[in-house]
Ligand binder design. Structure first.
Ligand code: SF4
Length: 257
């Protein structure tokens, strides 16, 4: 990705204080450095240094798969058909369609959100609309195209009114995601948003307490990193810098897998 394009993506993330510095003056080898972190104003804490992944202890929250055998044996087509016909929870009665997931079935990165929203329910694809565009920008900022990753949600059907998923709904739906993970064999999972993180890690800890750690998911112990949901970042742009820290952290983690 050229410098200008990446700068545009970082601008989309609201990270205008970040700039590109080329390594040894080579235009094709940009490295990201803080050019001018604004001096903290009175009452503002100074920016925290982003720890390298190797410096951060692995969080020993190791949930076992909820039901590893339920969808065992299903290939992508079979699994997609099972999801499309699913009536395991009440959300089947209110959905327009299921939202299975999208992306490269050989992807190293698996992005996991909470559940489809209204636009996703209409289009049958996760992370579309403004939040989807911001997610694309976030991926671009670390050198990834949307088509290179796989994107899915914990829930395959939209909760009415975009309410939080009920625990029973998440429990019924999670085996589908687990089978997707078994088929995909990602090198890293990025849980975006509190609800996704809490359901995947089976915890009630806050998102702030779960960030900047390497968690492990399921029997395959896939490294899992937590960050903010792009819809939240659209509402709270001041948190975009933290999301950028998380993305760099995740990139550091996968570089060591
Ligand atoms: S949310 Fe999941 S478990 Fe519930 S009906 Fe949809 S696919 Fe089935």
């Amino acid at each position: 990705m050229n410098s200008q394009l990446r700068r545009e993506y970082l601008d989309a993330l609201g990270l205008k204080t970040w700039t590109l510095r080329t390594a040894h003056g080579a235009d094709d080898a940009p490295s990201l450095v803080i050019a001018s972190v604004p001096a903290p104003s009175a009452g503002t804490a100074p920016a925290r240094r982003v720890p390298a992944a190797r410096e951060v202890p692995v969080a020993h929250e190791v949930p076992g798969d909820v039901s590893p055998a339920r969808e065992a044996g299903a290939d992508w087509d079979e699994l997609r058909a099972r999801v499309a016909a699913c009536t395991r929870c009440g959300l089947s009665a209110t959905r327009t369609q299921t939202v299975f997931g999208v992306g490269n079935p050989q992807a190293d990165w698996l992005i996991v959100g909470e559940a489809p929203g209204a636009e996703e329910d209409r289009r049958g694809e996760p992370f579309v609309g403004r939040a989807g565009q911001l997610l694309n920008s976030m991926l671009h900022a670390i050198g990834l195209e949307r088509e290179q990753v796989y994107i899915a949600n914990v829930l395959k059907c939209r909760p009415p009114g975009n309410r939080d998923p009920a625990p029973t709904e998440a429990a019924e739906c999670l085996p589908y995601l687990e089978r997707q993970i078994a088929l995909l064999k990602p090198k890293i999972m990025l849980a975006v948003g509190r609800i996704a993180a809490q359901n995947l890690l089976r915890t009630e800890k806050t998102l702030g307490a779960l960030r900047q750690q390497v968690h492990r998911f399921g029997l395959s112990q896939v490294p899992l990193v937590v960050t903010y949901h792009p819809a939240y970042l659209l509402r709270t742009p001041t948190e975009k810098r933290k999301a950028w820290e998380d993305l760099k952290f995740a990139r550091d983690v996968i570089s060591r897998v």
